[in-house]
Structures are given as structure tokens and as C-alpha cells.
Design a protein around this ligand. Structure first.
Ligand SMILES: C[S@@+](CC[C@H](N)C(=O)[O-])C[C@H]1O[C@@H](n2cnc3c(N)ncnc32)[C@H](O)[C@@H]1O
Length: 231
């Protein structure tokens, strides 16, 4: 199967025929081994700033790979009693918070119940788990697809970090314009005996909560959503 979706940065081209043939083996391997890569100092510093902000008596929403943080702002405004942590590895994207949205409240101050962290989410997931801080809700919206077959290990479900994502728990919501990414994630969850629901997702343009979502809707891409309760 070769899937081509037109549009510059939106194009997905894959040489993969359905679910990756090595997915199950990769997930089994990662579920039975411990991920022991040392933490990067910068991520430890970022996590310290999170700990200073975090209020343990409040529920936490985690918005992983939040890009410009638009979804983080959206979640924080919609859930004032919850603390919302957005994390992205790109300073360039994080610096654009509040600049990309169609939201007419763009010029408003950022909600106090949100924090944007510049860090590698791989370390942040592991540090949250080590500190026994579990998100009530975990969003991963439009993760980088890594569509080439040889890049399975760069997809979250093919990566050694996958067991950490599961063990962190919470209600997981993922969205993608590449159905196969979420089909694979769902298959990986099945290996760990976790059910998930994968559905078409068709928001109106005005309902978009991230720049990527907005771009995909504008270019008439089909979108998909995976939901799973991770405990
Ligand atoms: C396709 S963009 C989606 C951004 C945003 N969720 C949206 O929908 O607009 C993927 C994002 O994942 C971030 N990312 C990729 N790997 C990451 C990592 N290891 N840690 C944190 N962020 C990461 C990138 O910097 C980028 O902002």
C-alpha cells in the first residue's frame, strides 16, 4: 500500500503493507525489558520546574508533544479545576503559543492552570512514572508518523517507551491523519491486553484544537481518533 495525501508537510507516503510485520515482536520485547537510558540533564531541570508547579491534590491532564500548545490552552480553559501539562521538544513551536489559533481569545493571558514544558517527552513520561504522578487524561495529538517501514521504532508503539505510556495510565486520546498509525497503536495495546476504540474523527474547522488538526481539516484529510482507558 502506498498512501499519498497531497499538501506540502501533510503528505504521508508509506512503503508499508498494513500493520508492520515486526510490531508484535517489538512490543513483546519492550514489555519484557526495562528502558534504562540515562535522563538528560535538561529534562531533569524541566521536570523540577514541573514539580514546583504541580499540585498533587488536583487532577493532571498531560498533553504530550503539544507543539505550539494550542490544545494545552484549550484543555486548561475547558477544565479550570485540572492542571494541564503540555510538553514539546521544540522551543520554536512552544514559542508560538497563542499565536496560531483561530481562537479570538488569542491575546488573553495563558490560563494559570497550565504549564508548557520544553523537554523530551520520553524522559518526562519516565520521570512522571518514577514520581508516581499519573495523568487523569493523556492526549497525544498528531504524533510524528514516521511512515517509512524501517522507522517502526520511532513510532510511540514501536518504541522502548511504549510500556511507560501504558503504565502511566489515564484516559488516552490520540489523533492522526494516518489510520495505520493508530491501527498499529491499537494492535500494540492488544498485545498488552488493553482494549481501545478507533473511530473516524470529523470535527468542523472551528472545532480544531491544534494547528495540525486545522491544516488537515482545511485540506479535507480524513482524521482518526483512538481512545483507551489505561487504568
Ligand atoms: C506533528 S507535530 C503535532 C503537534 C501538535 N500536537 C499539533 O497537533 O499541532 C508533532 C510534535 O511532536 C513533537 N515531538 C516529537 N518528538 C518529541 C519528543 N521526543 N518529546 C517532545 N515532543 C516531541 C514535535 O516537536 C512536534 O511539535
Amino acid at each position: 500500500m502506498s498512501e499519498i495525501i497531497s499538501g506540502d508537510s501533510l503528505e504521508i507516503v508509506t512503503n508499508q503493507q498494513g500493520i508492520h510485520q515486526n510490531l508484535h515482536a517489538a512490543v513483546h520485547k519492550h514489555l519484557s525489558t526495562t528502558f534504562e537510558k540515562p535522563y538528560h540533564d535538561d529534562n531533569l531541570v524541566a521536570f523540577e520546574s514541573f514539580l514546583r508547579w504541580h499540585q498533587s491534590d488536583k487532577p493532571l491532564f498531560l498533553d504530550s508533544c503539544c507543539g505550539v500548545g494550542e490544545s494545552t490552552v484549550h484543555l486548561a480553559r475547558g477544565n479550570p479545576s485540572v492542571q494541564v501539562l503540555g510538553c514539546d521538544i521544540s522551543t520554536h513551536r512552544l514559542a508560538k503559543v497563542n499565536k496560531q489559533s483561530n481562537n479570538k481569545n488569542n491575546d488573553e493571558a495563558l490560563p494559570e492552570n497550565m504549564l508548557l514544558l520544553h523537554a523530551d517527552i520520553i524522559d518526562i513520561w519516565r520521570l512522571l512514572l518514577a514520581a508516581d504522578i499519573r495523568p487523569l487524561q493523556h492526549t497525544i495529538l498528531y504524533p510524528n508518523p514516521w511512515p517509512k517501514s524501517k522507522h517502526l521504532q520511532r513510532r510511540w508503539h514501536g518504541s522502548a517507551i511504549f510500556p511507560t505510556i501504558i503504565t502511566l495510565g489515564g484516559s488516552l486520546v490520540m489523533r492522526s491523519n494516518w489510520a495505520l498509525y493508530l491501527q498499529e497503536f491499537s494492535a500494540a495495546l492488544s498485545v498488552a491486553n488493553i482494549d481501545s476504540q478507533l473511530t473516524a474523527y470529523a470535527p468542523e474547522l472551528a472545532e480544531a484544537i491544534t494547528p495540525f488538526e486545522r491544516k488537515y481539516i482545511r485540506s479535507c484529510h480524513k482524521l482518526y481518533q483512538l481512545q483507551a482507558y489505561l487504568g
